[in-house]
Structures are given as structure tokens and as C-alpha cells.
Design a protein around this ligand. Structure first.
Ligand code: SDX
Length: 428
């Protein structure tokens, strides 16, 4: 085993260096505090691997994303979302028989306990759908007690299937509730993406015909969002799960984290930004704002902690955007014009080149989802819907690792030194 040596004050410590299948080596610092009496310090975890995983690999410099070794481009081109779910959960692409059984099981868990409809009526109609998703997914542990014992393999399996199956139903309910329309039940004769479109856009007064081009595009969008290594929301799910919390509660924690505009909330923020810019000739002004150190404005949908090249998902997303707009006969979408102009200018600008800021998956997704008829408030909900399988697969991997332990970081304390209590009359 390779090692590295570190000198801290008068202490010298030899640390094991581990090599993965691909990607950077890691220095195992688990004995660092015992060996040096010091902690390592890495706020934001820019140089820290929190776990070992077999699920997803990103090469940020080359713009490569692999799910269980398969390039995202190939999965998006040839597969469907439930096949990707099977791959992420179990590590291999399913055979025909395995795919049929998995699809059957997910399809037959899409209904939610009917008392959840009463749970929804407690919300204001104008509640943000992400607030409803955090609450209702967390509430699943109040309805499905028979799949919350994480020490029981069968209960874990049922919880995994239930999460993947019920997220579209809850997401559609959150949308329907916000527009005052009746909930639409799932239909077992529809595929996963078509079922979601039907639950969102069908009304009792007439039949709804799913557009196959749109459902294929949505299925591909779900594939692109399915997993992404140890991003903020996945790390949240892992940390919540490390205490032994039930999977529904852990996924609710992941949804809460994803909501932030620096993370999954960027798709909603990016579309709002494009609308604020308004026209291509306003782009230069906003690029200047993004470069101004004194201006907190950032280009939403640009930049990434890991990708220092084009986000491979953004390329597929851009192609899907054009497909959807063409299918819907939308010739000139002003938001797309602004996005294309912004991308052109930013990619040639010294600031973005030097800081390696490229469009990420959130840059084009909003234009596509808006064209499909979703309000901006639903964009991050769709991201959460798709990412649920990634969160569940990463949670499963951690729980099944017998060596896993509760996550409990330390700190650099810079507060007040020890001091005695002063009575109120002696203060100030
Ligand atoms: C997702 O982690 C994942 O994998 C996430 C995700 C997933 O699938 O789970 O890929 C999904 O969250 C995509 C990212 C969506 N967020 C946005 O689009 C919001 C805008 N982007 C930024 O907030 C930012 O780029 C982050 C949060 C995405 C990454 O931030 P980092 O890695 O902490 O980088 P940083 O903030 O340290 O920025 C480095 C430099 C800074 O300048 P300096 O301090 O070095 O002078 O680049 C600048 C930043 O000011 N910068 C930007 C910028 N992003 C970074 N400047 C202008 N516009 C931007 N968008």
C-alpha cells in the first residue's frame, strides 16, 4: 500500500494512499487526529472524499459522467429512466426479465395512501411545491411504517421501490394542488414519464393524450438528473442516513438541501435570470455584473464544483431543448435566444475561461420544462423526482457497508475562551 508522510509540528505521520478504479488517489486521514493531535480543515469539502462508492464517477476536467461505468450519453440515448434506476441500485443493466419485474414493481407502488390527500389540504394553495415535497416525502414515514426498519433487507427494498414509484405521484399532486385542479391517479398502463405527464396535465373532463416526443424527452431529462457522486444533497442523505434515520426522512432531508439556488434550485433561478435579462442585447450587462467582485450576482446555470469543462448533461439537455421546442412548434423562444447569446459571450470571456465556468445542467433545463408546460416553481421538484434514485442508491450503498459509522465532523474553534458566569448586574 502506497503511503504519504506528513509533518505536523514535531509529529511525523505516515498515511496510507488508496487508488480507485479511475480518478484521483485518496490519502486516508482517519488516523490523522490520533497521530498528530490536529484536525484537517476543508470547509465545503473541496479536497475531501467523504466515502468510497461504486455508483457514479465524474471526470470534471474531461466533462465525463459515468453511471456504474456507462457514459451518460449512451444511457440517455439508448436506455430509459427505470433501466437507469435498476443500474444505479444494483450495479448492472437489467436483463429483459429483470427489467419487466422492476418496471412491474415500481408501477404497482405509484399510488399513495389516500389519507395523504387530506395531508395536502393543510397547505396554502400558493405554497412552493418544494415546501410541499419536503413535507409530504417526510410524511411517508408516517404512512409506511412497514418499510422503515433499515435493519430489515426486505423493508429496505420496499422503501427503495416506494420512493422511486411515489415521487412522481407526490410531485404531480403538489402541482395539481397549486393550480386548484383535482389530483389525477397514476395509470398502470403508462410508462414512468408518460404517467407523470398524465398526472400533471390530464383533467377529468377529457382524455389526455401523452405526446411521445415529450415523454421521451422527459424520461431522458430524468436520466440526466439521476445521480451525481457526493453532491450537497446526496451528502445530506448519506449524513442523515448515517444516524439510522428511515429512508423517507433521509430523502426529505435531501430534497430540502436540493432546493437551494446554488444546487438544484438553480434551474428555477436560471430561468428567472434569463427572463430578467430579457433580450440578447442585455446579456453583456449581466455578464459584467457576474464578473464584478462587488456584485453578488452570479450567472445561474453556470459553473460547477467538479466540472471545469462543459457539463456533459448540459450538451444533451441543449439538444433536448431544441427537440422539444421543435415538437411544440415554438420557433423563436426569447429565453432560448438569451441563453444562446449568454453562452456564446460567456464562453469567450476571459473571466469565465480563467475560472473554467461552463453551462451546467440547470442552464437549459428550465427552458425545456417551461415549454412542456411546467411552472418555474416545479423545476426543482422534477430535479428531486429524478434524483431520488441517486439518493436512494447512495443511501443503500452506505447502509449495506458494514463498516459505515455515524458522520460527525469536528471544527476549528475560534470562539471565546473559557470564562466564568457574570450576574446580570455585573455585565456591560
Ligand atoms: C448543481 O455538485 C453537484 O454535482 C451539483 C449538481 C448535481 O447534479 O447534483 O451538478 C447540480 O447544483 C449544478 C450547479 C447549479 N448551481 C448554479 O448554477 C448556481 C451558480 N453557480 C455557482 O453558484 C457555483 O458555480 C457553484 C455553486 C455551482 C460552484 O461553486 P464553487 O465550486 O464553490 O465555486 P466558487 O463559488 O468557489 O467559484 C469559484 C470562482 C469564484 O470566484 P473567485 O472567488 O475565485 O474570484 O468562480 C466564480 C466565483 O465567484 N463563480 C462564478 C459563478 N460560479 C462561480 N462567477 C459568476 N457566475 C457564476 N455562476
Amino acid at each position: 500500500m502506497a503511503t504519504g508522510t506528513i509533518q505536523v509540528g514535531d509529529k511525523s505521520l505516515e498515511l496510507p494512499v488508496r487508488t480507485g478504479t479511475i480518478g484521483p488517489d485518496v490519502v486516508d486521514i482517519s488516523k490523522f487526529y490520533a497521530g498528530t493531535g490536529a484536525f484537517t480543515y476543508d470547509p465545503g469539502f473541496t479536497s475531501t472524499a467523504s466515502c468510497e462508492s461504486k455508483i457514479t464517477y465524474i471526470d470534471g476536467d474531461e466533462g465525463i459522467l459515468l453511471y456504474r461505468g456507462y457514459p451518460i450519453e449512451q444511457l440517455a440515448e439508448h436506455g430509459d429512466f427505470l433501466e437507469t434506476c435498476y443500474l444505479l441500485l444494483y450495479g448492472e443493466l437489467p436483463t429483459n426479465a429483470q427489467k419487466e419485474e422492476f418496471d412491474y414493481n415500481v408501477t404497482r407502488h405509484t399510488m399513495v395512501h389516500d389519507q395523504m390527500t387530506r395531508f395536502f389540504t393543510g397547505f396554502r394553495r400558493d405554497a412552493h411545491p418544494m415546501a410541499i415535497m419536503v413535507a409530504s416525502v417526510g410524511a411517508l414515514s408516517a404512512f409506511y411504517h412497514d418499510s422503515t426498519d433499515i435493519s430489515d433487507e426486505h423493508q429496505r427494498l420496499i422503501a427503495q421501490i416506494r420512493m422511486i414509484a411515489k415521487m412522481p405521484t407526490l410531485a404531480a399532486m403538489a402541482y395539481k394542488y397549486s393550480i386548484g385542479q383535482p389530483f389525477v391517479y397514476p395509470k398502470n398502463d403508462l410508462d414512468y414519464a408518460s404517467n407523470f405527464l398524465n398526472m400533471c396535465f390530464a383533467v377529468p373532463c377529457e382524455d389526455y393524450k401523452v405526446n411521445p416526443v415529450l415523454s421521451r424527452a422527459l424520461d431522458r431529462i430524468f436520466i440526466l438528473h439521476a445521480d451525481h457522486e457526493q453532491n450537497a444533497s446526496t451528502s445530506t442523505v448519506r449524513l442523515a442516513g448515517s444516524s439510522g434515520a428511515n429512508p423517507f426522512a433521509c430523502i426529505a432531508a435531501g430534497i430540502a438541501c436540493l432546493w437551494g439556488p446554488a444546487h438544484g434550485g438553480a434551474n428555477e433561478a436560471a430561468l428567472k435570470m434569463l427572463g430578467e435579462i430579457g433580450t440578447p442585447d442585455n446579456v453583456a450587462k449581466y455578464v459584467a455584473k457576474a464578473k464584478d467582485k462587488n456584485d453578488p450576482f452570479r450567472l445561474m446555470g453556470f459553473g460547477h464544483r467538479v466540472y471545469k469543462n462543459y457539463d456533459p448533461r448540459a450538451k444533451i439537455m441543449q439538444k433536448t431543448t431544441h427537440e422539444v421546442l421543435a415538437e411544440l412548434g415554438i420557433k423563436d423562444d426569447p429565453l432560448l435566444d438569451v441563453a444562446m447569446e449568454l453562452e456564446q459571450i460567456a464562453l469567450k470571456d476571459e473571466y469565465f475561461i480563467e475560472k473554467k465556468l461552463y453551462p451546467n445542467i440547470d442552464f437549459y433545463s428550465g427552458i425545456t420544462l417551461k415549454a412542456m408546460g411546467f411552472p418555474t416553481s416545479m423545476f426543482t421538484v422534477l430535479f428531486a423526482l429524478a434524483r431520488t434514485v441517486g439518493w436512494i442508491a447512495q443511501w443503500k450503498e452506505m447502509i449495506e457497508d458494514p463498516s459505515h459509522k455515524i458522520g460527525r465532523p469536528r471544527q476549528l474553534y475560534v470562539g471565546a475562551d473559557k470564562r466564568d458566569y457574570a450576574n446580570i448586574g455585573q455585565r456591560g
